[in-house]
Design a protein around this ligand. Structure first.
Ligand code: SF4
Length: 214
């Protein structure tokens, strides 16, 4: 059984897949407590579903793209079985993970979108660095949420240290919602010369920042 907060169909709001119709399976629970977390409603509650029940709901929504997210989806080890089942059924599977739990054991066919937590999150000490070494340049993406210049400097350091421009399909730089001037972040990015992608959370512009399950 997996503890599930919500399963819904929407537009993918982030990553290089932004704008595509996508079914989201949002699992309950997260061991982290990022200061700017926008998913605190996933920390508790949820309902228990068997993998068969989840598969049925995913089938009903009819999207070829499925994201398994949270909370922290990999914190429930049965999530690995769900991911394997989805891949086996030929869904294109994205895993949005906070970077604390190891990605080892995730089905090879799934595409990982891996957060690296920056200092302002309060959780940078918990980044599991071997996850960066497992990134595959043809499919996996890495994401930094930026609050301030200290975060941006930290991101640049990690990008250089782990050679992420060659190791990942995309480096996503995301402003923390409402906490940073977008033009300032855009200027830092353009001045850096780095091959990164600034991303805005499309779903928040469509439905508003506090609405979920749409
Ligand atoms: S890892 Fe994600 S869900 Fe967990 S506290 Fe941080 S932002 Fe929230």
């Amino acid at each position: 059984m997996l503890r599930v907060t919500e399963i819904f169909r929407s537009i993918q709001g982030e990553s290089t897949h932004a704008g595509r119709p996508c079914t989201f399976v949002r699992l309950t629970g997260c061991p982290m407590r990022c200061t700017w977390c926008d998913s605190e409603y996933t920390f508790s509650g949820g309902d228990h579903f068997t993998i068969d029940q989840i598969m049925q709901k995913v089938r009903d929504f009819g999207c070829s793209l499925v994201e398994v997210t949270g909370g922290e989806p990999l914190a429930q080890r049965e999530a690995l079985d769900l991911i394997g089942r989805l891949c086996h059924q030929n869904y294109e599977v994205l895993i949005e993970t906070g970077g604390y739990v190891s990605t080892a054991g995730v089905d090879d066919r799934a595409k990982i979108i891996l957060d690296v937590k920056c200092p302002a999150s309060g959780e940078a000490e918990r980044n599991h660095w071997p996850n960066l070494e497992r990134l595959r340049a043809d499919r996996d993406e890495v994401k930094f949420v930026i609050v301030d210049e200290t975060d941006w400097d930290y991101a640049r350091k990690v990008i250089a240290e782990y050679d992420l421009e060659n190791r990942a399909k995309a480096i996503l730089v995301s402003p923390a919602w409402g906490l940073i001037d977008l033009q300032q972040l855009a200027n830092w990015i353009t001045e850096s010369g780095l091959n990164v992608r600034m991303q805005l959370q499309l779903h928040k512009y469509i439905w508003g920042p506090d609405v979920h399950g749409v």
